[in-house]
Design a protein around this ligand. Sequence first.
Ligand SMILES: [Zn+2]
Length: 298
Amino acid sequence: MYVGVDVGGTKVLAVEISETGNVVRVARDSTPGRGDPVSELEDALTRAVEAVRDGRPLTGVGVSAAALIEPSGETVRFAPHLPWREEPVRERLATRWGAPVVLDNDAHCAAEAELANGAGRGVGSFLLVNIGTGIGGGLVLDGRVWRGAGGMSGEFGHMQVVPEGLACECGLSGCWEQYCSGRALERVVRVALGSHLDGPEVTAQAKAGDELARQAFATIGTWLGVGLANLVAAFDPALLVVGGGVSTVGDLLLDPARNALSRSLVAARHRTVPPIVPAALGSEAGAIGAALLARRQI
Ligand SMILES: [Zn+2]
């Protein structure tokens, strides 16, 4: 039995996958705060894994974490929303669970899942852009997830798109995710309407036909297309896959992005502009990808 467990800033999700990579069992828990002890975080992971395992023997577990993980997959160096700091997480969890464990970054895991069983299946080279609170990404080149020399590829959200632009949590300024993310959406609505709606509320209003909410999505969708044009110029992928909570609004976000991509991409009239499609596996992609990694590597 292969289990994947995804550790995000607010929740833990564990899945068991079938031979074909389909989810057959799910368990959820909540993530303790980043100021809480590491043991509480690992207890939450353990509860989710045990709930899925249900007393049966484990063959292997993949852990997908919203964290910077050193390339060998042993140590979490840093995670902005989790208490792990330079912790030997892989070995500790393997000892605790009595099963082999693999550990990888959540965006890389999500890209593995979309490649194997999602929107990128059968596509050799594509980019996954996950738009949630910020932007995470995965880079698939010639059928493999490209992790980077230091395991840090896909930090698309921190490409600078506006020199001297808005300050970013990462310490730089003008980062893409300041203009295209859940937080950016909330800012646009606050400035345009003076109202303090959160992302899901703006999404609901846009779906219900509210013109100002739709305008807010058009604004961040245009920024999405501008950033994607830079990525396409660099990597020339066959496909662009957009996931994350903000993307659940669908074409209200993706159509403005498609227009901006065609306008901003070098030689757009002399090349095939890659299609922008929604991710297929939703919020389970990280956990599924981690389970698939465990199956491949254990
Ligand atoms: Zn940044």
